[in-house]
Design a protein around this ligand. Sequence first.
Ligand code: HEM
Length: 508
Amino acid sequence: MPTIATTLTLGLVLPTASYIIYNWYIYPFFLTPLLKIPGPNPNLNPFEIDSNETGMTELAQIKEYKSNIIRGFGFFNKPFVFVASPTGIKRVLGTHAHNYTRKTLGYNLLRSFFGPSLLVSNGDDHKRQRAIANPAFTLKNLVKYIPTFISSARETQQSWNILFTSGTSVVVLDIAEEISKPTLDIIGRCAFDYEFNSVSNNTSDFYLWITTLNKQFDPKHILEDMIPITKYIIPSVWQRHVKLNKAKEDIRRFAIEMIERKKDEILSRANDLSQDVNKVHDLMTLLLEANINAEAKRTLDQDELVAQTLLFVTAGHETTSTATTFALDFLAKHQSVQNKLRQELIKDMPQQDDDPPVQYITSSSTYLDAICKETLRLSPPFPQTPRLSETDDWIDGYFIPKGTRIITSAATNGRLEEFWGEDVLEFKPERWLQPNADSTTIGPFIPFSYGIQNCIGQKFAEWEMKTLVAILVRSFEFSPVEGHTFRKALGAVQKPVPNLMLNVKRVE
Ligand code: HEM
């Protein structure tokens, strides 16, 4: 009779050891067809984690291997392919997007946290969801939100003004924290006609639940999220699980109530012949209206509607908030750019309390626009977009087997010398005012991604960012705080950690 030790060795230890040796060493070192692609070798230590700023290791490798497509090996030596060439990006995110899905670990975790939203959907599911969301994101509708961007920026200006009343000439502010307030208020007002009251510090329950969820969506918890059994073994993981579930349930209840209320409003509006056609409707109302009018088999179910609620807050808040924060940081570090911008602003807003004209905000040929693009080039909130190949394919002449993780990166491509020139690392908004500057060129500039799954909120984000920068720079001067440093850390978006402090002085 076999002893317990023999049974364990044969039944458990041997298969596990074979799995590890094959997947961590034999396949990546000798068998993967990706070895034909230029790039570094697998790691002898398969637990090695890249701690550089996202996309910077690959940037160095692109230079080293003189190739815009490189292979790499991640945690546990899992192979991936990094695609930086315009032809490769066009194939992965554009022409063959159906073959490169979001079924990656990161998106699976996003789905488990935030539900089956547009951001994590694929194929026909994505097409159906996007068709329902599209009417809310037309330029004609988005332009109606600019007055809300303006009033939220003014509230921030006023809340900062109060800090100067006691004769103080300079205040030091955590800009990341400060900017996250109006951007949350803006998404609440424009997406749901809901008041987060963030600038006035009247924090709502909805905000607290969402913060709980966002804070826990962090790479430091990745192992426990990947291995669900840990929550039954480790008490602290269980406590986190309970807290998260409670937040999810509260958000779900809140979202369902809001959705039902809005549906009633839409139906009663449909029967009201005296309705005002110019009324500004929030994004969720427009999405629900499209859903009510869609063919039954194309509609979103309740889970999907709840997930869009959360998506609008998460995709629409932290992204614009970090982008605006980094813009102010770049301006603080480049005083001549800041002064030049203020001169442009004074022309369109001669008095400090003059609002920026709508055409100024929507124009893509201003210095303000160039500053925002330059910020997104060097500090994109979503530094990379991962995908999974669903079938065998070829990219730039290299064979890509089914199941390969593909990464495209706005952070890397924004720093490729061959596209941007020798001054690639300089913050130089003037590059966008050259006659041949083309922000839509595929490859070099992809902070909003590209193709059928690109950012649906791009114009919302750009106009919101420009409004905030215009009003704040017209009223305040920003400069660096001596000795203050931060690093860029990747959670749901890439943001400054632990914070981003700047000196703020009133423009006289
Ligand atoms: C500077 C701000 C923003 C940046 C850099 C940004 C970037 C992106 C990127 C890179 C994607 C593609 C992700 C992927 O392909 O997997 C995306 C998707 C998306 N974004 Fe944004 N975003 C921003 C602001 C916003 C805002 C303000 C909203 C909503 C009001 C929004 C809503 C969405 C949605 C719904 C998707 C999913 C689109 C789809 O899959 O069809 N984003 N965003």
